[in-house]
Design a protein around this ligand. Sequence first.
Ligand SMILES: *[C@@H]1O[C@H](CO)[C@@H](O)[C@H](O)[C@H]1NC(C)=O
Ligand SMILES: *[C@@H]1O[C@H](CO)[C@@H](O)[C@H](O)[C@H]1NC(C)=O
Ligand SMILES: CC(=O)N[C@H]1CO[C@H](CO)[C@@H](O)[C@@H]1O
Length: 483
Amino acid sequence: MKLLVTLLVLQCMLAVVFGARPSHLSAHNEMIKKQQEDGMFFDAAAPVQYFDQYVDHFVDRSARATFKQRFWVNDTMYQPGGPIFLLCGGEGPASALEVAGFFWINNIAERYNGAVVSVEHRFYGESQPFTRITTDKLALLSSAQALEDFAVFASEFPRKFPKFAGSEWVSVGGSYSGNLSAWLRMKYPHIFKAALSESAPVLALDNFTQYFMTTQATLGPTCSAVVKSIFDEAAKCYSTKGQSCTLPENLSPKMGWAQMSALDYSSFMSAMTGVVANTVQYDKDWATGLTVIDMCAQLEAAAAKGTTQLHTLFAELNEFMGPVDASYADDVAELKTHTPGDAGQSWTWQTCNDAFGYFQPSSALSSQLLPSGSITLTYYHQLCKDAFGIDVTNLAARIAETNIHYGARIIVSSNIAFLTNSEDPWHNLGVLEPLKYCQNCVVHQTQGHAHCASMYAPRSSDDAAIKETRALQLAMLDALFSH
Ligand SMILES: *[C@@H]1O[C@H](CO)[C@@H](O)[C@H](O)[C@H]1NC(C)=O
Ligand SMILES: *[C@@H]1O[C@H](CO)[C@@H](O)[C@H](O)[C@H]1NC(C)=O
Ligand SMILES: CC(=O)N[C@H]1CO[C@H](CO)[C@@H](O)[C@@H]1O
């Protein structure tokens, strides 16, 4: 569970990711109930369909096995010749929800008489090439294979559904799939005419210390200090081997403080950051039921009453993220189980093997929030090694290679919208400067919003900043499609 908190915070819809984990069903159900009350759930459910996808795109075509890749179509708004918006799956299960009106893309489709199609990413949800997964099979889980999946899907689709012949494709994605979306347009401009890419970390980075710096900035100084007091207490418990420690049992490791190794300590501390990091990342825009303002008000009020009250509240808040208790051995064991559909495992594999990095250590620069050295880069590197046998001592070199290969922030293309959000810790790895070689492209940061903010269906509470971000995307698409 914990690995979802530390590494998998790179998905637009947190609930869907958490839904994959049975141990958290109760928290998940609570959240769904809340969303239903907010009118965020939909009666219509497009039927699930399956596409025969190649397991390995890079071997001889005649030798290729296939697997069933899930997808959903909403063509309610479609008129012949209208564009098809392909929602690229990311690092979690996909569902009918994605084409039901949960996202703004349905309104866009309506404007251009288009269709919305959601395709699940290989190795996530039920789109599993193998029933049993071993490390050598995981080699087929890569962004390169995933991009081919989407390109092959879009090319073959009109053959399966002739009424869509002649339609042009627009790729759409947020977070990791925002990266895939932009990439599709850049790699296959003959298949994808345009791309919407929000909150995409286009820069691979091993030592992603800015994650907690933005988290800290979004919380603000007072709230950061309150949170820091809890983490400092944990640091004290660890360094004194529990001799001097006021944390209650539900904020303490099961193994006991005295037994903790440095790797256990990193594992534990990254779990401790769960509720804080996720509340910041999904603030307002995607209702987890807790906004930064709510959370900080509660934490500050509890802190004013005393340490015990603060610790009790923090444990309660963290409950939703799963028990804070964590150990390095558990992390490795969880990653080694190789269960198909285990998003935590698949995503950790990709960060190690696809050389994305995206690891989130504490640093001297985020020391207003996290004690220095509490979450180390060594911890993440060791996980790659112990769970998957991937030696990441040269990860920095491989990441440099990935960035050279794909250009990172130098985008030579057209018709791509790169959106970031100022409160989102991931914005640090996004496209932030105007692009010189990208025609009819949008580079824009929405102030005061979190991960994937403009992707969600419009609400009456939308502010001017979100409206502007939407208008910029429509202006880009208006130049391409009639409405
Ligand atoms: C398709 O999209 C429209 C417009 O958002 C929505 O009203 C409808 O319920 C959707 N249909 C399905 C099956 O999701
Ligand atoms: C990671 O980056 C931080 C600040 O950017 C730096 O202080 C630290 O030494 C780096 N760690 C490693 C292992 O490179
Ligand atoms: C277009 C794009 O966003 N590409 C990036 C996707 O992510 C990888 C790894 O972070 C980058 O190397 C690509 O440049």
